[in-house]
Every structure is written in C-alpha cells, then in structure tokens.
Unconditional design. Structure first.
Length: 264
C-alpha cells in the first residue's frame, strides 16, 4: 500500500463544543480515493462523539483483516473506507448504515493526478514526479492505469463505486455536497443535509449549519488541493479535464457517468 502523510486536525476538539447524540448503529463511509473523502468524513465527525470515530483514517481491502473489529455491531462507529465490493466487505458493510461518496470521473482524473505528484503521497511509482512526464501523460495514466502498479479509472470505479450500487447504499455526489455547502443558508441545503444525516441514522440538530461549516473548512483537510505541494513548477494542471481526455474517459468507461448521475 502507498504511504500517505496526513497532518492532524482539530476536529475532535471542535466536535466536543456541540451536544452529540451517540450513534445507535455504525456508519460506513465508502469512496474511491480522491473523491472528497476527507470533506464528507470531516463534516460527519461534527455530528458524532469523538470516541465513536474509528481512528484508522481509511480501511482498505489489503488491511481489512486488521480492522474487522471495527464492524462489530456493538462498537457503533463512524468508519471511513476505500473498500472494493466483494463478499467479505459486503457482509461487514451490512452491519452499518452504508454511504457511498462518488465524484465525476472527469474531475476525479485531475484530482488523482494532482495527488500522485504531491508531497503527501509516496509509492513505488514516485518517479512520475520528476518532471519527465507531461500533464497529458499523467492524465492518461490516471485514466488507463499504470501497468502492474495502479488500476485504471474504470477498474477503480467498477469495484469501489458501481458494484456497491447493487446494495441499499446511500449515494452522495461530491459536486452536490460542495454545491449545498456553498448554499448553506437555503431550504434546499437543509433538505439535502437532513437527507444525508438521516441516511447515517443521525437527526439534524438546530446548529447543523455551524457544524458543517467547521467540518468543511478546507484548512482541516490535509489533502485539499491548496494544502498539498503538487509540484506546480513542473506540472501546470488545468482547472477542467481537457476534451481529449474526457473522450478517453468515455471510451474506457462508457455509461459510467450516466450511471452515477452525471451527464456531459
């Protein structure tokens, strides 16, 4: 597994400023890496007792055996994971309220590329950080994968997201989450967050807006774009995936964006 250096935050202390109702059932937040996982996790932490937040950042398939105790129904924890869909992960997830966070594959390819060349990510393909590849190259590798080192976009979406749609999992789209944070004073935002919290078995308190604004503060996320060094001197990433790469996403994963609720 790659090494990811995550700086500590202050959200446990922030959470204790609010009155918290104990979770009555565990909540599993599953996602593809670089789908806004820390954003949703940090928001939900503001509605959960700190002692009910499972301290392992993200449970993954290679370390699942080490963390099976987290799924004990008696624990009642907020669990974060990047778990592929399989028999074992499905059985464990059925003990929880299941939440699936997804991101537009076009944006994911860009976010993944930025992360791979950042200072917080270290792996057996760190050589791609040395500037010998162009941004176009990097984006192509995110879409098609790095041979024997990193799976393709389609493979990741197949097992970390799409396969979970066969279950009763509650889907949160990253773009919707961000949109409703920006419009937090609207009735639509209240309805949206009430739906997300209810899916976690959490009632919406009167001070929900304040909690969400604290949890969504990008300074609290060590993997937010502005908080990682993406080697800007070597890689000038665009704000939007180029058209030719969008076409490659559509070629490699036809129907994916439509399945997840995105249209071009």
């Amino acid at each position: 597994m790659p090494d990811i250096a995550i700086a500590p935050d202050t959200l446990d202390a922030e959470s204790q400023l609010f009155e918290q109702e104990p979770l009555k059932k565990s909540v599993l937040l599953n996602s593809i890496p670089k789908s806004g996982s820390h954003l949703l996790r940090n928001i939900l932490r503001m509605f959960v007792l700190p002692e009910q937040v499972y301290k392992a950042q993200f449970i993954q398939w290679p370390n699942l055996n080490q963390h099976q105790a987290a799924f004990d129904p008696r624990q009642k924890l907020l669990i974060s994971s990047h778990l592929l869909y399989s028999d074992r992960s499905a059985m464990l997830a059925n003990r929880t309220h299941k939440i699936l966070l997804v991101r537009d594959p076009y944006d994911w390819a860009l976010a993944q590329a930025r992360f791979f060349v950042s200072d917080v990510f270290s792996s057996n393909f760190d050589h791609i950080k040395n500037g010998s590849l162009t941004v176009d190259d990097l984006l192509g590798l995110m879409i098609f994968g790095i041979h024997q080192k990193s799976p393709s976009l389609k493979q990741q979406y197949d097992l970390y997201a799409c396969a979970w749609l066969a279950t009763d999992i509650y889907v949160v789209r990253y773009e919707d989450l961000v949109s409703h944070i920006k419009a937090i004073n609207t009735v639509e935002s209240e309805d949206y967050f009430e739906g997300v919290l209810n899916a976690c078995g959490i009632g919406i308190p009167k001070d929900w807006r304040k909690r969400i604004l604290i949890g969504s503060d990008r300074k609290q996320s060590a993997t937010a774009r502005e908080n990682i060094n993406t080697g800007a001197s070597q890689f000038n990433f665009p704000n939007e995936l180029p058209e030719k790469h969008k076409a490659l996403v559509d070629y490699t994963a036809p129907g994916l964006r439509q399945l997840l609720g995105y249209t071009r």
